[in-house]
Write a new protein. Structure first.
Length: 657
């Protein structure tokens, strides 16, 4: 887990190595343990490793390509694991961020082909795998990664990102240069203009979207999309997808068989992600996902020959909690702690700290984010680092894979209606009302649209609950400046690959509109404290398996995550395994915004800077905020988008950093 960067002078002009050093320094939090550079002249096919850019003066060639690396030592802590790394002959050079969890197995496979290894690092495994399999090596890797690999003989730069995009890779290209880095702020050190990408700004303000395309909030700076690779050769950039989720289906198995296979893959994913030469801990929210990881990790940590000096006598868990019971899950956390005997650590984020800490959080995040839950996650990472943990397991991805939120119910019911499974549909509606004690109008509307003629739908739209919901959806963004909206308004329709509406919804959230943002937050918050965050639910084998499951293994009898719940029988505390409420990782932001943070928000939305930014209909912003403060409606997510976007703009675009 590290920070990587590179600069390729396409016009062969001399690289300003001092500026590149500043660039690399901006991401030193990603790798405080070591650093190094490699310089190349692509025409002369010369290369050299240097520890200090000041020593470039002694090199007998002018470089047109430079690699930089900041190292966070996790696997092979010895100097032999340093980067940039090259093979024995100097034909290939790499800078790599992430972990290849199956590197031990791949190393043995490559040895059978005659390869020798000088290190115990996964970085060297990538080099040899590329030498043997070329671009096909990507399909061999089980891990999270972004890397750039220079092929000296072919004068070819090969850059790749892992299947789910757990690790970031940003780049900027024009006729003169190609620049890449792990974080966007690095680009600002090499004279790339600070211009907001106003289309992305609009998408964020209107729909809360982030990381949904390869564009970023900074005009001209792009990200390599998950499961894509990039080749730069002869000044041309070619980008291709190398992995996708296919429409494979498993049918006619019993619940026990589905659960057994799920458990085998899940346990093996966690086993691989426990490989480390430094201390490991786990995030624990009290929900089904993180609790499952804690319980299985506990089983694996204390069996066999696992290194006790890495784990200690007890597993360590880290949790964000609140005194307000509406936002607190300690009752479930304590069930897991009691079962595993883990050592629990709690942090209690306070709203009064938000505006003091948020500039630092925004700086590390690089781009605006969705809610103050990121502020709570920041505290969890800080707590782990203060207690000596350098690797954390976390539960990201399970909700998008296993239909974890109530918003999925309506889509599932639409599938039942369209396939004419009417009896099962009515049974599901019955269980939903029985278990969840209420029935969402929009769920009813979704089903109605699927099965009823237009004439009846027109009658239903006149029902007060549905009419009000539709009205809110229509006028919800009146606080956006009208002229700004006219230019940038667009509706996203993400790729539909499957016949099932539920599967398509999960795919779009997994690939575009939800998980990429969550992984962005996870990476930046963890790396701010030099922590490697690992996400066992995103092992590609488990992902492919879950997408092949029938919908009834995700939703049944108004219960979500059926396959996971079945797989965790006897392992999770029953109180956690069978819980039906869904809190999510939340903060009391609605309360904070109408109480201790109210005056600070008013100061911002009444400032000239806020008025002049050009994105807001300020009178409507004030009306909406006043309505929130009166308790008429909770719009904390919306308020946060106003404030976060403004603070980000002041910091990065206007340069107040």
């Amino acid at each position: 887990m590290c920070g990587i960067a590179g600069y390729f002078s396409l016009n062969r002009e001399k690289i300003d190595t001092k500026r590149f050093e500043f660039l690399l320094d901006t991401i030193k939090h990603r790798g405080p343990d070591d650093f190094g550079y490699a310089v190349f002249n692509s025409d002369l096919r010369k290369s050299r490793f240097v520890e200090d850019p000041n020593s470039l003066n002694g090199i007998d060639f002018t470089p047109d390509l430079i690699f930089g690396h900041r190292r966070l030592s996790i696997i092979d802590l010895s100097p032999s694991g340093r980067q940039p790394m090259t093979d024995e002959k100097g034909n290939f050079w790499i800078v790599f961020n992430g972990e290849i969890y199956n590197y031990i197995e791949l190393r043995e496979e490559l040895k059978s082909f005659g390869f020798n290894f000088r290190t115990h690092s996964d970085t060297e495994v990538i080099l040899k795998a590329y030498e043997h399999w070329g671009e096909g090596c990507l399909n061999k890797f089980n891990g999270m990664f972004s890397f750039a690999l220079w092929d000296v003989k072919e004068k070819r730069l090969f850059c790749a990102r892992d299947r789910m995009g757990v690790k970031p890779f940003y780049y900027y290209v024009d006729k003169d240069r190609f620049v890449f880095a792990s974080e966007i702020k690095a680009f600002l050190e090499v004279d790339i203009e600070r211009n907001a990408n106003e289309q992305i700004v609009y998408d964020y303000l209107s729909q809360g979207l982030i990381d949904h395309t390869d564009d970023t909030f900074f005009y001209g700076i792009k990200q390599l999309s998950p499961a894509h690779y990039l080749v730069l050769s002869e000044g041309k950039v070619d980008i291709r997808r190398w992995w996708d989720i296919e429409d494979n289906k498993l049918t006619d198995l019993s619940d026990d068989e589905y659960a057994r296979r799920f458990y085998e893959l899940f346990e093996d994913s966690i086993r691989l992600r426990l490989r480390s030469d430094v201390p490991i801990g786990t995030c624990l929210s009290g929900g089904l996902d993180s609790s499952s990881i804690v319980c299985i990790a506990n089983k694996l940590m204390f069996q066999g020959d696992y290194h006790r000096e890495i784990v200690g006598d007890r597993q360590r868990t880290f949790s964000s909690c609140f005194e307000d019971r509406k936002y607190d899950e300690r009752v479930f956390i304590e069930e897991v702690i009691q079962k595993t005997n883990a050592r629990s650590y709690y942090i209690f984020p306070e709203g009064k700290e938000l505006f003091d800490l948020i500039p630092k959080v925004i700086w590390h995040q690089d781009e605006p984010f969705g809610s103050t839950s990121i502020f709570a996650q920041w505290h969890v990472m800080k707590l782990a680092r203060e207690n000596g943990v350098k690797v954390l397991l976390d539960g990201q991805g399970a909700d998008e894979l296993l239909a974890g939120y109530h918003g999925y119910f309506g889509t599932y019911y639409v599938d039942l209606a369209r396939s004419l499974h009417i009896l099962r549909l009515f049974a599901e509606l019955y269980f939903y009302k029985k278990i969840h004690k209420k029935f969402q109008p929009m769920i009813f509307a979704s089903v109605a649209r699927a099965i009823l003629p237009d004439s009846l739908i027109a009658v239903l739209r006149k029902m007060p609950a549905i009419r009000n919901a539709s009205k809110q959806a229509t006028i919800g963004n009146v606080w956006i400046d009208r002229d700004f909206e006219k230019v940038y308004r667009r509706e996203y329709t993400f790729k539909e690959k499957f016949k099932s509406s539920l599967k398509n919804q999960l795919y779009s959230l997994f690939m575009y509109s939800s998980l990429p943002a969550l992984l962005h937050y996870e990476d930046r918050n963890s790396m701010a404290f030099s922590i490697e965050a690992r996400v066992p639910f995103l092992d590609y084998r488990l992902v492919e398996y879950i997408f092949s499951l029938p919908s009834e293994q995700k939703i049944r009898s108004a219960m979500t995550k059926v396959a996971l719940r079945n797989a965790m029988k006897g392992i999770l505390p029953e109180k956690v395994r069978t819980r039906v409420d869904k809190m999510g990782f939340v903060t009391p932001e609605n309360i904070w915004f109408r109480s201790i943070l109210k005056d600070k928000i008013i100061d911002i939305i009444e400032s000239n800077e806020f008025k002049n930014i050009g994105y807001f209909n300020v009178p409507e912003v004030k009306k909406k905020f006043e309505s929130h403060c009166r308790g008429e409606k909770d719009i904390g997510f919306t308020i946060w988008r106003w404030i976060n976007l403004f603070l980000w703009y002041e910091m990065f675009i206007k340069g107040k950093i």
